[in-house]
Design a protein around this ligand. Sequence first.
Ligand SMILES: *[C@@H]1O[C@H](CO)[C@@H](O)[C@H](O)[C@H]1NC(C)=O
Ligand SMILES: *[C@@H]1O[C@H](CO)[C@@H](O)[C@H](O)[C@H]1NC(C)=O
Ligand SMILES: *[C@@H]1O[C@H](CO)[C@@H](O)[C@H](O)[C@H]1NC(C)=O
Ligand SMILES: *[C@@H]1O[C@H](CO)[C@@H](O)[C@H](O)[C@H]1NC(C)=O
Length: 328
Amino acid sequence: MPSISSVALSALACLLALPTADAVPTGTTYKLTQNNVGTSFLQNFDWETTPNSPTGRVAYTTQQASLASNLTYANANTFIMRVDHTTTLNSSSTVGRQSVRIKSNAQYGTHMAVFDIRHMPQGCGTWPAIWEADDSVGIVNGELDILEGVNSLSPSYTTLHTPGSCTLSATRSQTGTAVYNNCSSSAAQASGNNGCSVSSTTSNSFGPTFNSNGGGWYVVERNPTSISVWFWARNDKTVPATVSSGASSISTTGWKTPLAYFPSSSTCNLSANLKNHNIIINTMLCGSWAGSRYAASGCPSDCISYVNANPSAFVNAYWEFAALRIYT
Ligand SMILES: *[C@@H]1O[C@H](CO)[C@@H](O)[C@H](O)[C@H]1NC(C)=O
Ligand SMILES: *[C@@H]1O[C@H](CO)[C@@H](O)[C@H](O)[C@H]1NC(C)=O
Ligand SMILES: *[C@@H]1O[C@H](CO)[C@@H](O)[C@H](O)[C@H]1NC(C)=O
Ligand SMILES: *[C@@H]1O[C@H](CO)[C@@H](O)[C@H](O)[C@H]1NC(C)=O
């Protein structure tokens, strides 16, 4: 028999979950361990030719094939991943529009990553995403979606998915809006999605506005006590010099409040929920999110027909990275 009633236990959990978890830990200095600029992406990432999802409309290409077709392009200072923007697709065929999905060869636990992004895929039907997970095992090792959105609609979303129990306070030290606070992958929401999702409050965090600014920096810090994600637009003069210059070491001490903050607490043990992760960068077309939100986004026709028939609509459906710096 339990010696404490379950009512008392849940009252205790509530008390523990609130203010104690709210401080962003600072002071850790991380060292640059992988500086991905231009052609180094080709060495440090795997081109995933994972099968298309049943509701998506992409065909992922190998590194060799996508370099030959220029869907992957790298020189000394830039790295680009595109979607095919010249081929009209056969609507009777199950083969989707060619796209690129890459995954870091290495996996990371405690780390920081600075994504210096010049351009992200935009347009109706597009679902650009950068996330951390081990997709060889799936949600059982947890997942952090650093940045994603659909159909050019601002803002971006940052979401933590956990295999086990994890609930967060709605009021945390973050500038983004907590959309949902039960991170458990089995916690079904009315919308059908799940995870602890945080939406940015600035339109320059995603899509055409992000791109017309020349992009910006997304930065993630993950350690056993918390996960934080920051965003600075390209023209934001407050970006830390360590972020914009690609410094050889980095610390978040003195930084602004993050866009999204997921503290470890008695109601959410991050170490128990998250194992080591690869970094994955993808351009999806249609699929469960871009497809289901397609009409509501004000896009024409239906997602798959539009992707099939309008190659030139995907000319801006590309990622361009100045750098991806990984610190451990
Ligand atoms: C490949 O893409 C790059 C970057 O956009 C561009 O500069 C180059 O001209 C393209 N190459 C070809 C053969 O189209
Ligand atoms: C379109 O795809 C269908 C099914 O794969 C195939 O039977 C047909 O020949 C294709 N048409 C063209 C013009 O390639
Ligand atoms: C979170 O979701 C899980 C799975 O549906 C559920 O068992 C749990 O009670 C939820 N937690 C809270 C605090 O609502
Ligand atoms: C959190 O999970 C880790 C890994 O399972 C475990 O070692 C640790 O004791 C847990 N912490 C708490 C406070 O339960």
